[in-house]
Design a protein around this ligand. Structure first.
Ligand SMILES: [Mg+2]
Length: 385
């Protein structure tokens, strides 16, 4: 089996109402889709994301498109079972020329997004070729259901307590037992009061996570964490910016009893190594659509097992359900239960793996078991290459 064609699409859907984190206002959701056609007739599908795609329309995709055009010769003509070699070739372009293609050192992040979509499409093809789901290629499922949490409680304009109550009721109705709340957008005192109110709405049995989206400096993180401790917090995610994590996570860990989680903004296995091997986090969060696909995930899964650190996925449960099922310390998926936050999740696939009573069952179809809805591609997508 050889790859004969690489097609790229860019999808972008505006949100009905913008939502805020501590560091961003999200007005639309966007992603890159790579479709790999092969001489066997099988087609592999991969998805790529990245923070530089936030709020981008098709014009913002130009950089990724140019990169994909440049690296296509490293993929077309290849056997998808050579996915590790293809990964190594594309990753090497972050600093040097590969097979006549000049380095893309100044576009590392965009390059890794392109690599993520391509790598995921290759794993999809490998599964389809042997007619087994992707988790079977990763060593088989260690569990038959993966718990998922609902990410919500973003900051919205004119927020009223009744809005938070309604949101809590929506997730509870859907059977979630774990929910995540945005913090870092208000003063530590006001955030802690908002968290306490949400705790009252959901009762004592719900696991509550906090996500600061890297919005605090260390003193603010310490104050906010200590103020939130009384609300019985399951984890505190991304308290401070990525650039000084080694120092700040260690200091914060010593100052609070709340377990820490981070990793979603890493975009290489080496960044994840620092978090894992230095014991900086209690939970590691990985997004294979940002960080180099399942090939990166697989490298991190070995380190997480050795360090006994539970693995959590950032976004895209339809992809990560396979990765978490096969990882020895695989733990939990992230999901959006509110269509107004992630219309793509609700509209992109012909059959969507459902989250029932707070967990996702393993798909049985070959590859990732996903088929794109052509009408959604046409409505929100642009073929860019
Ligand atoms: Mg996060």
């Amino acid at each position: 089996m050889r790859v004969t064609k690489l097609d790229t699409y860019f999808l972008s859907i505006p949100l009905p109402q913008p939502v805020r984190t501590s560091t961003n206002t999200i007005r639309q959701v966007s992603e890159v889709i790579v479709k790999l056609t092969t001489d066997s007739g099988l087609v592999g599908i991969g998805e790529g994301h990245g923070p530089f795609l936030f709020n981008q329309g098709p014009a913002g995709m130009q950089a990724v498109n140019e990169i994909i055009q440049r690296i296509t010769p490293l993929v077309v003509g290849e056997d998808p079972f050579n996915s590790e070699r293809i990964w190594q070739d594309i990753f090497a372009l972050t600093y040097r020329a590969v097979r006549g293609i000049p380095p893309l050192a100044r576009q590392q992040r965009q390059l890794v997004t392109a690599l993520s979509a391509i790598d995921i499409a290759l794993w999809d093809l490998k599964g389809k070729a042997v007619e087994r789901p992707v988790y079977a290629l990763l060593g088989g499922a260690l569990r038959d259901k993966i718990p998922a949490y609902a990410t919500g409680f973003y900051y919205r304009d004119h927020e009223q307590p009744a809005d938070l109550e309604r949101e809590a009721a929506l997730y509870m109705e859907k059977g979630y037992r774990t929910m995540k709340v945005k913090v870092g957008g208000l003063t530590p005192k006001a955030d802690a009061e908002r968290v306490r109110f949400i705790r009252q709405c959901v009762g004592d049995d719900m696991a509550l996570m906090l996500d600061a989206n890297q919005g605090w400096d260390l003193p603010t993180a310490i104050e906010a964490a200590q103020r939130c401790e009384a609300s019985n917090i399951f984890w505190l995610e991304d308290p401070m910016p990525w650039y000084d994590e080694r120092h700040t996570l260690r200091r914060l860990k010593a100052a609070t009893s709340i377990p820490l989680a981070a990793g979603e903004t890493e975009y290489s296995p080496f960044g994840l190594r620092t978090l894992l091997m230095e014991g900086l986090v209690d939970y590691v969060i990985i997004d294979s659509t940002w960080a180099g696909g399942l090939t990166t995930w697989r490298k991190a899964a070995v380190m997480a097992e050795m360090q006994q650190i539970p693995m959590a996925a950032h976004h895209d449960p339809q992809i990560h359900v396979h990765a978490l099922a096969a990882s020895p310390t695989g733990f939990i998926l992230e999901s959006f239960a509110d269509p107004s936050r992630d219309p793509l999740w609700f509209e992109l696939f012909k059959e969507r793996p459902e989250i029932v009573d707070g967990s996702m069952s393993l798909p049985e179809a070959p590859g990732f078991g996903l088929e794109l809805r052509e009408d959604t591609l046409e409505k929100y997508g642009v073929k860019i290459g």
